[in-house]
Design a protein around this ligand. Structure first.
Ligand SMILES: *Cc1c(COP(=O)(O)O)cnc(C)c1O
Length: 355
């Protein structure tokens, strides 16, 4: 079926794959919903907005994004609330951050309303792909890349913006063992660490693989200059409860400004908990682990929401963290965030956008 709506052309599929999905075993990032959104940047404006069946795309081998990495993305989720409605969690925050990434990568920005509308229209077409199981959700991947077929380093003149979605279950099934990285670096001051730029993640693969070979699930990055301060994990911000206070590194140009982190900080403040967003020294965390004043450590990010950390390795030592229990802050905040997205509690922060 083909519909023309303002500037958006919608072609829906005749062969939905919905009935083939094993909803109880959703492999993260491997199942793609029926449709995708696409638009093209030419002559200084976004054109040719369309929703089509999810399909392969054809590109010139000289496509500049493939060679020089002018590419950035976002990651967010839609949930089906208790009334059966589909809601997006803080999508304007993702739109803003997408534009910050785009500016840093010398790419065009997208009006926030255009960005959010693209998601809404796509989700309207694929609303049946938003899982009914309250612990599952629809992961949304908006992304943009340079499309000039040109060998030479300069900002591309043409770009493509696309969105596809994946129904997903939980990301980590268990608390994760992590290692504090003091050799390799994810981001340096003045660099691109705060942007969701494709190349950042490629550069992190090798150190992460070395850590995985040693049995760790994730790295905790430290600052590039002295390896003295805690930064963040691979795709999550890190947070600690020390002396009953929520402590997390202050975001900077080397730390991605996570929306989950921001939400957890807002909730902690609202609950009257003491919150410290500041530089966090590795030595402080190690001392707190040694004298048992560190009671919780967790990652915060869209994919996992809250990922409890089971142990932190530093040098030759490995420190265990007490197992999660119902009165821990990270367990309460995870339950609250889940209830929030499912519409079981009031939307007091105005974070939800209905499609
Ligand atoms: C996406 C991401 C996060 C988490 O951000 P959210 O908005 O909470 O998903 C943290 N660190 C890095 C490096 C990321 O790419």
């Amino acid at each position: 079926m083909e519909v023309e709506q303002q500037n958006l052309n919608i072609q829906t599929t005749q062969n939905s794959r919905l009935s083939e999905i094993d909803w109880e075993n959703l492999l993260f990032g491997k199942i793609f919903s029926d449709h995708m959104f696409c638009m093209e940047y030419v002559n200084g404006e976004w054109t040719k907005q369309k929703i089509t069946p999810y399909e392969n795309i054809s590109l010139s081998p000289a496509t500049s994004a493939i060679h020089y990495g002018q590419s950035c993305f976002e990651g967010m989720k839609a949930h089906r609330n208790e009334k059966g409605e589909v809601v997006l969690f803080r999508p304007y925050d993702n739109a803003k951050r997408f534009n910050q990434s785009a500016i840093r990568m010398c790419m065009p920005t997208i009006a926030e309303d255009l960005f959010v509308n693209a998601l809404k229209e796509l989700l309207k077409v694929d609303h049946n792909w938003v899982p009914k199981n309250p612990s599952h959700s629809l992961y949304i991947r908006p992304f943009m890349f340079a499309t000039d077929p040109y060998v030479g380093i300069r900002p591309s003149e043409s770009y493509r913006f696309m969105v596809f979605t994946c129904p997903v279950g939980s990301y980590y099934s268990e608390p994760i063992p992590v290692k504090i990285e003091t050799t390799y670096t994810r981001a340096a001051s003045g660099g691109t660490g705060y942007a969701k730029a494709a190349g950042n993640y490629a550069a992190a693969l090798y150190p992460a693989k070395l850590a995985q070979d040693e049995g760790y699930k994730q790295l905790i990055w430290t600052d590039a200059k002295e390896h003295k301060y805690i930064e963040e994990a691979g795709t999550m911000n890190v947070m600690f409860v020390m002396d009953g206070k929520l402590v997390t590194p202050l975001v900077s140009d080397t730390i991605l400004d996570g929306i989950t982190r921001r939400s957890v900080v807002d909730i902690a403040n609202d609950w009257g908990m003491q919150v410290e967003c500041r530089k966090v020294e590795v030595a402080e965390v190690i001392n707190a682990l040694k004298n048992n004043t560190l009671t919780e450590a967790f990652g915060a990010g869209t994919a996992a929401t809250i990922a409890p950390i089971s142990s932190i390795a530093f040098g030759n030592d490995n420190y265990m963290i007490p197992p999660s229990s119902q009165n821990h802050f990270h367990v309460k905040v995870l339950n609250y965030l889940n209830d929030y997205k499912l519409g079981r509690v009031e939307d007091k922060f105005n974070w939800l956008v209905h499609i």
